[in-house]
Design a protein around this ligand. Structure first.
Ligand SMILES: [Zn+2]
Length: 254
């Protein structure tokens, strides 16, 4: 696999029109995709996609936005889905205090419950963090074991990146790296070990420059890799090779 988009939402409606075409093109380009569940329905859909295509893997989980809908039954169903050999992580899970679509105490308990699920199934986690770093890190520490995983769509500076690195996490880098306003992010990407970076698109969201404003898609992973190569002063092939090795190691892709 040349590159791996470690965070896509291929199940979303934005891809209904041309999903099959896009998946065939990814195969031709030797691009692998981890397609990420965000609720029970989307987790079912991601597992189905991964079971049909060898270059697609799935994660299952409940996003903090929908935490208020997560019942013990939902958690049990996510656990059943996670037993598919094509499921490589629990996610995306975490806290979102920016949009606050679910009450914060509910977000925290649903996050903790899914960390426990990941521990039980020995799977890494895909973290979503928006303006909730202190609580997120406190819950990770309290979970009592060093969880491995990735902080997806990382948007902070070097100090925050180092906090997550010291907890054993990888840093997921996507389209926002190409946005003019994100100089502190570029500084962090320049200085974090390449062995701890993952490529992602978060498509259909967070489209990189020069396609900003249009639908994002996994093929644009190329633009993210090119920007990492540019800020670090290395070749795009070096970025591709190392980040693919990182994704294979973290998620146990095969
Ligand atoms: Zn996402």
């Amino acid at each position: 696999m040349r590159m791996i988009d470690t965070h896509a939402h291929l199940d979303e409606r934005a891809f209904d029109r041309d999903r099959a075409l896009l998946i065939a093109q990814l195969h031709a380009d030797e691009t692998g995709v981890v397609t990420v569940g965000s609720a029970l329905d989307s987790s079912r859909a991601t597992v189905q996609l991964a079971e049909r295509h060898r270059h697609i893997w799935a994660t299952v989980g409940a996003h903090p936005h929908g935490a208020k809908y997560v019942t013990p039954d939902v958690l049990r169903e996510l656990e059943d889905l996670a037993k598919s050999p094509r499921v490589v992580a629990i996610g995306e899970i975490g806290l979102d205090y920016y949009r606050d679509l679910s009450p914060r105490d509910v977000q925290r308990s649903v996050f903790a419950a899914q960390l426990e699920l990941a521990r039980r199934l020995e799977l890494p986690v895909v973290l979503h963090n928006r303006q909730a770093t202190d609580d997120l890190i406190a819950i990770l520490r309290k979970a009592g074991r060093t969880h491995v995983g990735v902080v997806h769509s990382f948007l902070g500076d070097l100090a925050l990146a180092e906090a997550f690195l010291s907890l054993g996490f990888y840093i997921g880098i996507g389209g926002p790296l190409t946005y003019p306003a994100n100089a502190p992010l570029r500084d962090a990407v320049r200085r974090v070990p390449l062995e701890r970076l993952l490529l992602e698109t978060d498509c259909p969201y967070l489209t990189p420059v020069p396609h900003r404003g249009k639908r994002n898609e996994p093929a644009y992973i190329e633009l993210v890799a090119a920007e990492i190569a540019r800020v670090r002063g290395i070749s795009i092939d070096d970025v591709a090779r190392q980040t693919t090795a990182n994704a294979v190691a973290l998620f146990g892709l095969h």
